[in-house]
Design a protein around this ligand. Structure first.
Ligand code: TMP
Length: 209
């Protein structure tokens, strides 16, 4: 059995990742691919429990290192219970966020350093990374306006100021450069339909579908 492919979507707030995860899954299924659609933090029963416990606490509740370890524990559960079994049976996995979110949010946003995130990640998942990471990039102003039109922030990170979100955007663009072999940057400021078309073209070209 050929191992499936692992596709991750990354980006800041308001980039439209969840819509596009559904879109990619439908695009692949229409081509006969068995697809598992998932998300982080979460994606397995235990990881979803950790998400609820972690994300809903207020600002200042978590020490940054503790928070990173908690997210990585959820990621390990997600890998062991959902991602690796699916890939091993030949399914493709499309995840709304993965380890690059930790590099951007905890590594750069919270200032722990990307090397610290990488060091912990190597413990939970040595020699494993996505086959393709789509970075949905858009100006911070646009992302925050979209979030406001959806009824405003609903978690601690969404409530952070524009300077924090700008830092995240730059962190992601740098990750895209340093991991250019697996990253593709998508202009997410266009309509959902136009972004979806751009993504489908990228996925089809990348995997020669
Ligand atoms: P979501 O809004 O995409 O569902 O993600 C929930 C929040 O979790 C979002 O603010 C980003 C944050 N997050 C991290 O801080 N680190 C991580 O590793 C992941 C996966 C998410």
């Amino acid at each position: 059995m050929t191992r499936g492919k692992f596709i991750t979507l990354e980006g800041g707030e308001g980039a439209g990742k969840s819509t596009q995860v559904k879109n990619i899954a439908a695009f692949l299924r229409a081509r006969g691919v068995d697809v598992v659609q998932t998300r982080e933090v979460g994606g397995s029963p235990t990881a979803e429990e950790i998400r609820d416990f972690w994300l809903m606490k207020g600002e200042g509740y978590w020490d940054a290192h503790s928070e990173l370890l908690l997210i990585m524990a959820a990621r390990r559960e997600h890998l062991v219970k959902t991602i690796w079994p699916a890939l091993n049976r030949g399914a493709w996995v499309v995840s709304d966020r993965f380890a690059d979110s930790s590099r951007a949010y905890q590594g750069v946003g919270l200032g722990l350093g990307v090397q610290t995130v990488d060091a912990v990640y190597r413990v939970i998942a040595p020699n494993f990374e996505p086959d393709l990471t789509l970075l949905l990039d858009l100006p911070v102003k646009t992302g925050l306006a979209r979030m406001a039109s959806r009824g405003g922030p609903d978690d601690r990170y969404q409530q952070k100021d524009a300077a924090f979100h700008q830092k995240l955007r730059e962190a992601y663009l740098l990750l895209a450069k340093t991991h250019a072999y697996r990253f593709r940057v998508i202009d997410a400021s266009a309509s959902a339909k136009a972004v979806g078309d751009q993504i489908e073209k990228t996925v089809a070209g990348y995997f020669e579908l």
